[in-house]
Design a protein around this ligand. Structure first.
Ligand SMILES: NC(=O)c1ccc[n+]([C@@H]2O[C@H](COP(=O)([O-])OP(=O)(O)OC[C@H]3O[C@@H](n4cnc5c(N)ncnc54)[C@H](O)[C@@H]3O)[C@@H](O)[C@H]2O)c1
Length: 257
């Protein structure tokens, strides 16, 4: 089965082979897509090394979302290379340490603004920078990775606020990009052990909660279900779905204690 034959995808957020985006890139390549990766700042060389573990080694370009000019430069490069994009994955999140673990009162605006710029506003940056390329697709698809923001979690604090903003932005981007036949959707994943997850204090609390409550058995080391959902959004199988948040969390969001 080749769900993504001839699709051209830009995948952000591959840091290590534990990154959720790594699994998306791997599955996308296996499903026939051509893929370009991006890496940020000092982590770029790590992304380049990780890219070599994929079945076909993709090109890697620098894209730090705090430097918007890099996104527009990359758009010009892809314009020359492919002339279009069929999909973009936003797999980017970061919050300074004070934004996590100690309640929302401690962090100051500089720290909060960094979290919101990198984790929320950057979704709009990708939409804006790659709009002209996605418009040239028969069915452009912007996909982001979310952590359910409908309630307050322990320790997640300002990242939770950033994700709530991402969920709202997802709806507004869907509203604004629908006229270009571009779909905009989020996959709300359950907890998965990645570098980003390690920065969340007491991540074990999430693992314990999922072990106790998730209707379907959840594994914090299995990225495949989340990757498959992203592939569905990049495929032609959900042509009239936009502004959606698809929970891939074992059903955790649907139940309470
Ligand atoms: N791991 C989980 O439990 C979980 C659950 C739900 C959602 N998510 C989301 O999945 C996405 C990917 O995270 P992950 O868990 O795979 O961890 P990860 O650490 O592998 O990926 C995070 C990525 O964000 C990138 N990034 C950070 N600052 C950046 C910047 N300024 N510019 C560009 N990129 C930058 C990093 O380079 C890295 O590739 C994030 O949005 C995260 O919030 C993760």
């Amino acid at each position: 089965m080749n769900l993504l034959n001839d699709k051209k995808l830009l995948i952000t957020g591959v840091l290590t082979d534990d990154s959720i985006a790594f699994s998306v890139a791997k599955l996308a390549i296996e499903e026939g897509a051509d893929v370009i990766l991006t890496g940020a700042g000092r982590a770029l060389s790590l992304t380049q090394r990780t890219a070599k573990k994929l079945p076909i080694v993709p090109e890697v370009y620098e894209l730090d979302v705090t430097k918007p000019e890099q996104a527009f430069e990359l758009s010009s490069i892809i314009e020359q290379k492919w002339g279009r994009l069929d999909g973009v994955l936003h797999a980017i999140g970061f919050a300074p340490q004070n934004c996590l673990g100690d309640g929302v009162l401690k962090a100051v605006w500089d720290e909060v603004s960094t979290a919101l710029e990198i984790s929320t506003y950057s979704y709009k940056l990708l939409a804006e920078a790659f709009l002209s390329l996605l418009q040239k697709s028969d069915s452009g698809s912007l996909v982001g990775l979310d952590f359910d923001a409908s309630a307050a979690w322990p320790t997640y604090d300002w990242m939770g606020v950033a994700k709530a903003g991402l969920e709202s932005l997802n709806r507004y981007l869907a509203k604004d990009l629908g006229k270009f036949n571009i779909r905009v959707n989020l996959v709300a994943a359950g907890p998965i052990k990645t570098v980003a997850a390690k920065s969340i204090p007491q991540f074990g609390q999430f693992e314990d909660a999922w072990a106790a409550r998730s209707p379907l058995k959840w594994s914090t080391t299995d990225h495949e279900a989340v990757a498959k959902a992203c592939i569905m959004f990049f495929s032609d199988y959900l042509p009239l779905t936009t502004g959606e948040i698809l929970h891939v969390d074992g059903g955790f969001h649907a139940v309470s204690a």
